[in-house]
Design a protein around this ligand. Structure first.
Ligand code: HEM
Length: 452
């Protein structure tokens, strides 16, 4: 058995300015944690800029992330409307990518946010231009959260032009499982130069520019960066989505399409690509293996193509396989479509075994982080999750998260004949979302005096 410490290496690469990059970009969260998103509207550019100046002193960077002396962590993002509200100079505003300027609601058709998920049905204040700033507060327990909450409150206290427009509590269970019952947040990329330990995983460490502006990305070029350089460098983008999960309906669908509890569990693993514990289906093809699921040295160290070219173990349509096909034969270069995910839970879990909806709002706040909203988040959502063409599945959508309408299908390759499930409905409803820019610490200082 190899020495566990020796299995960890650190991905080399250009030196990143860790004390400038917000901690949430490059660092894992404590486990378990509690947190709160506070959404703010800026009605006065002067006080908005003051807020940026105060936040520059309070935000935690990747250099001081999660030291035991820090009670909790604070990060900050701005929407395009937020940058406008600060009266950032037009040349700067125009240098942001088109999809960010438009905002997530304007991209709804493309992202599959239609019908019940359409922006017209989102919870206010999402998508209506009222969200300007997000504060993300994270702590290991409620007591520490109260401390950072006070820090955040002081940041916008006595600033008359700043309004709190929404609060969203979130948490991680000690099992790491989210509302459908599956451990989440396992398949994240390793980033060159981040200084983070690199457990064995499929694929190389990725170029820092895929996730932090100002460094070369996988193409060898610098990603397009907002101007001036002090504003763009060491920043990145976030796609933030509040996703309501229809847990009872999902369980009922499994129940109706399987003959026994064991079959239900296997069917669900075929749909997700992992078992509830996080064990990858490809390494545990018949039943869950909690020891494997809990072992960070093994639970992300697998390929698809050699072991399972036809999807007989893990279907090509399984959520995790579509979202990151790894070495599967697909159209395109998989490394250009990776993402950092910092998703989390909201709402109470549905007790085990319950198949009827109790009316509670529960789900996932999905958080994407990357420098290319278009070729990373939007591409994966529209081309890989909501369309199956890239992997020979024609128009078959992701069963778990796709914008299905009751006529969806899910194909399970098996011999002698493949199995096809029909009547797939929508199990995930978008309740709101925004694109945020996550500035560097230096950029926050610049935002305090953008015309100086
Ligand atoms: C409510 C919605 C969602 C649920 C319940 C969900 C659940 C999961 C689960 C259980 C996993 C496997 C564990 C892991 O590797 O972390 C996973 C992986 C993943 N999901 Fe999702 N997900 C959701 C939405 C999305 C969306 C909207 C995207 C992208 C636009 C996405 C992208 C990914 C990626 C990239 C992986 C990692 C695959 C890998 O590297 O092996 N997910 N998700």
């Amino acid at each position: 058995m190899p020495d566990r410490e020796d299995d960890m290496t650190v991905a080399e690469g250009p030196r990143l300015q860790l004390d400038e990059i917000q901690g949430i970009v490059l660092r894992d969260r404590p486990s378990p944690y509690v947190g709160m998103y506070i959404l703010l509207r800026v009605d006065d550019s002067g006080t908005g800029r003051q807020l940026m100046g105060r936040l520059a002193e309070l935000v935690d960077s990747a250099a001081d992330w999660w030291q035991p002396t820090l009670p909790a962590l604070l990060n900050v993002g701005l929407t395009y409307r937020g940058l406008e509200a600060l009266e950032v100079p037009p040349a700067s505003l125009n240098s942001f990518p088109a999809e960010f300027r438009q905002g997530m609601a304007a991209r709804a058709e493309f992202l599959g946010d239609t019908g019940e998920s359409a922006p017209a049905r989102w919870e206010p204040p999402f998508g209506n231009g009222q969200v300007h700033v997000v504060l993300s507060l994270l702590a290991a327990d409620q007591e520490s959260l109260a401390v950072v909450l006070e820090r955040a409150r002081q940041a916008h206290a006595r600033l008359p032009g700043i309004q709190v427009v929404h609060r969203q509590d979130f948490y991680q269970l000690s099992t790491g499982r989210t509302s459908f019952g599956y451990k989440d947040g396992i398949g994240n990329p390793t980033i060159e130069g981040s200084g983070a330990a690199m457990p064995p995983a499929w694929g190389p460490a990725l170029k820092a520019g895929e996730f932090v502006l100002g460094y070369p990305d996988q193409t060898g070029n610098l990603p397009p960066m907002p101007e001036p350089e002090v504003l763009g460098r060491n920043g990145t983008f976030v796609a933030w989505r509040k996703l309501h999960t229809r847990v009872a309906a999902f369980r009922k669908y499994l129940h109706d399409n399987a003959g026994s509890p064991d079959e239900e569990e296997l069917l669900a693993a075929k749909i997700v690509g992992r078992w509830p514990s996080g064990a990858p289906l490809i390494l545990a093809s018949e039943r869950d293996d909690p020891a494997l699921g809990a072992d960070a040295q093994r639970n992300n160290d697998f390929h698809y193509q050699e072991a399972d070219p036809h999807g007989a173990i893990c279907p090509h349509g399984a959520h995790a396989r579509r979202a990151n096909p790894r070495d599967s034969e697909i159209i395109g270069d998989v490394h250009l479509h990776r993402m950092i995910r910092r998703g989390t839970n909201y709402g109470p879990p549905l007790p085990q075994g319950v198949l009827t909806d109790d009316g509670a709002d529960r789900g996932i706040v999905f958080v994407f982080i990357g420098t290319h909203l278009d070729r990373q988040f939007e591409f994966v959502k529209s081309q890989w999750l909501n369309d199956g063409n890239f992997t020979g599945l024609d128009r078959e959508k992701d069963l778990l998260t796709g914008d299905n309408d009751g006529t969806g299908i899910f194909t399970i390759p098996q011999r002698p004949v493949r199995r096809r499930l029909h009547g797939v409905e929508r199990f995930v409803i978008t309740r709101g979302g925004e694109y945020f820019f996550l500035p560097s610490i230096g950029a926050l200082r610049w935002l305090a005096h953008p015309n100086a």
